[in-house]
Design a protein around this ligand. Structure first.
Ligand SMILES: NC(=O)C1=CN([C@@H]2O[C@H](COP(=O)(O)OP(=O)(O)OC[C@H]3O[C@@H](n4cnc5c(N)ncnc54)[C@H](O)[C@@H]3O)[C@@H](O)[C@H]2O)C=CC1
Ligand SMILES: O=C(O)C1=N[C@H](C(=O)O)C[C@H](O)C1
Length: 233
């Protein structure tokens, strides 16, 4: 496949390595205005840019019939607009807050645990995420997906940074520590015990591999998909 990288920072560089190992070619490494690039030979675009650029990058690809994978977090207020655009243009699009296989399994564990805990009123849930100090958004996209999973299965109806204002809010505690690639932990606490599940990325390879696998999977497909479709879980 010929791949355009939209964003050539920490993730763009990691994706380049994985893509080349899997026999693909990087045709563009785009760090700014996408509109001046020629996409004639591009099979798929992979966007790991910045929150303020993701919508423009994704829209450009959809309007030019280029399948697009986005891992950029912090732009999701425009997700529904992208979905409508993709359907209208018969494009192909996947967003995932986290492309790693491990985290996608962890999402399923989170849903399962939340369903069980929904019966047990003594337990209060909280989420902690730890990332490197260069991260622009907080809470992480992954922490938001985890909170949404809990909300779907329980009586919680919102998440809140740091401290919950009431019993139906899930507190998300954010920590920034140099070089941490991404750690997420969900804890249910009662007066007698605590139950936690945790995912800790050791590096960025898992995110990059998942994004390239998604780019391979979306070839010749039309629609809006998730990593559940790609991984068939
Ligand atoms: N979904 C997932 O699995 C993962 C998502 N991420 C997310 O991916 C994004 C990128 O993360 P990193 O690579 O660590 O950040 P980074 O800061 O290293 O790279 C972002 C790059 O985007 C470039 N950029 C700025 N404006 C741009 C534009 N208009 N078009 C294209 N590129 C532009 C910057 O120059 C920079 O090189 C973040 O939103 C992060 O949260 C990161 C890791 C995994
Ligand atoms: O910015 C990062 O680094 C990461 N961002 C994603 C997120 O916001 O969840 C995924 C991963 O945790 C790394």
């Amino acid at each position: 496949m010929n791949i355009a990288l939209l964003g050539y920072g920490r993730m763009g560089k990691e994706i380049e390595k994985v893509a080349i190992q899997r026999g693909h070619t990087i045709v563009h490494k785009i760090e700014g205005d996408i509109s001046s690039y020629n996409f004639t030979t591009v099979d798929v675009a992979i966007d790991f840019s910045i929150p303020s650029a993701a919508f423009q990058n994704i829209s450009h690809c959809i309007k030019h019939q280029i399948p697009v994978i986005s891992g950029t977090t912090g732009w999701l207020e425009k997700y529904d607009e992208v979905v409508n655009m993709c359907e209208a243009e018969k494009g192909a699009f996947i967003y995932a807050s986290n492309f790693s296989l491990g985290v996608n399994i962890f999402f399923e564990m989170n849903n399962y645990l939340a369903k069980m805990m929904s019966q047990l009123e003594d337990y209060k849930v909280s989420i902690e995420e730890i990332h490197h100090t260069k991260k622009l958004d907080a809470p992480s996209g992954t922490a938001i997906t985890l909170a949404e999973g809990v909300i779907q299965q329980t009586n919680y109806n919102a998440w809140k940074l740091d401290e919950a204002a009431n019993a139906t809010e899930i507190p998300i505690v954010v920590k920034r520590i140099p070089e941490v690639p991404g750690t997420h932990e969900i804890t249910y606490t009662s007066s007698v015990d605590s139950i936690s599940i945790k995912h800790e990325a050791h590096n960025r390879q898992g995110f990059a591999l998942g994004a390239v696998v998604a780019a391979e999977w979306i070839q010749n497909r039309v629609g809006v998909f998730t990593m559940k479709n790609v991984l068939n879980i």
